[in-house]
Design a binder for this molecule. Structure first.
Ligand code: PRP
Length: 213
């Protein structure tokens, strides 16, 4: 039997995902070893294969069918905008996508001024400012430590993920507006959903039960 392949966003989301699969009786011992550098793992008895990918690549693997299923944050799903079925909110990895900056930047937002917005998520930021707020802004794509941008004068505000708010607090920044809530989602390749409907539906059902419990 062909294994069902699951792409996991490596890091905390992957660990949480494997906890969930463990609860439905699908585990891979090797994946709990922090010194292990393997990227792909199989549980033959369960007919499942798991691989670890960079979060932003998970939707790509799933759209092309290299993975039948993906588990990744809603932020990445929105940003990548791939053709997939989003089937389940897993309820972990909860955080928010926010517009943040120094308190003094609130006025720029209120008056729809032409400001610079630094972000790792240009699509989400563009959608928010252009389609929702009807505010013209200049978007600046960064790849990490986004909180630096308003501090060193690269941008007036940022669009970024806020989880505990610690990074903002420690850098003298505030949440100015909330774009949307985020959490980990299960996504499925559109062809796999048809060809492997029975097995994938059973998996979704089992995961849904664990999440509710
Ligand atoms: C994320 C996000 C914030 C931080 C928020 O960064 O971009 O910087 O976590 O978490 P907090 O509200 O709990 O402080 P991440 O650690 O993923 O690194 P990055 O700088 O590469 O984006």
């Amino acid at each position: 039997m062909r294994p069902i392949t699951v792409a996991l966003a490596k890091g905390r989301l992957a660990r949480k995902s494997m906890e969930m699969f463990g609860q439905i009786g699908i585990s891979v011992e090797e994946m709990n070893d922090p010194s292990c550098r393997k990227l792909i793992f199989e549980n033959k008895e369960a007919g499942m294969r798991f691989f670890l990918a960079k979060a932003s690549d998970v939707p790509t693997y799933v759209e092309y069918g290299a993975a039948d299923i993906g588990i990744v944050g809603y932020d990445t799903i929105l940003e990548e905008d791939r053709k997939l079925y989003e089937v389940l909110d897993l309820g972990f990895g909860k955080c928010r996508m926010c517009v943040c900056g120094p308190a003094s930047a609130a006025d720029y937002l209120r008056h729809n001024e032409l400001i610079r917005v630094a972000t790792k998520y240009p699509k989400i930021a563009r959608d928010y400012f252009y389609n929702k707020k009807h505010q013209t802004v200049e978007l600046i794509k960064l790849n990490g430590s986004i909180e630096l941008a308003p501090i060193v004068g690269l941008s007036e505000v940022i669009v970024d993920i806020v989880e505990t708010g610690t990074t903002l607090r420690e850098n003298g920044l505030d949440v100015l507006e909330v774009v949307c809530p985020l959490s980990a989602r299960m996504v499925v390749n559109q062809v796999s959903m048809k060809l492997e409907n029975e097995r994938i539906s059973a998996l979704i059902q089992a995961c849904r039960k664990v999440i509710k419990a």
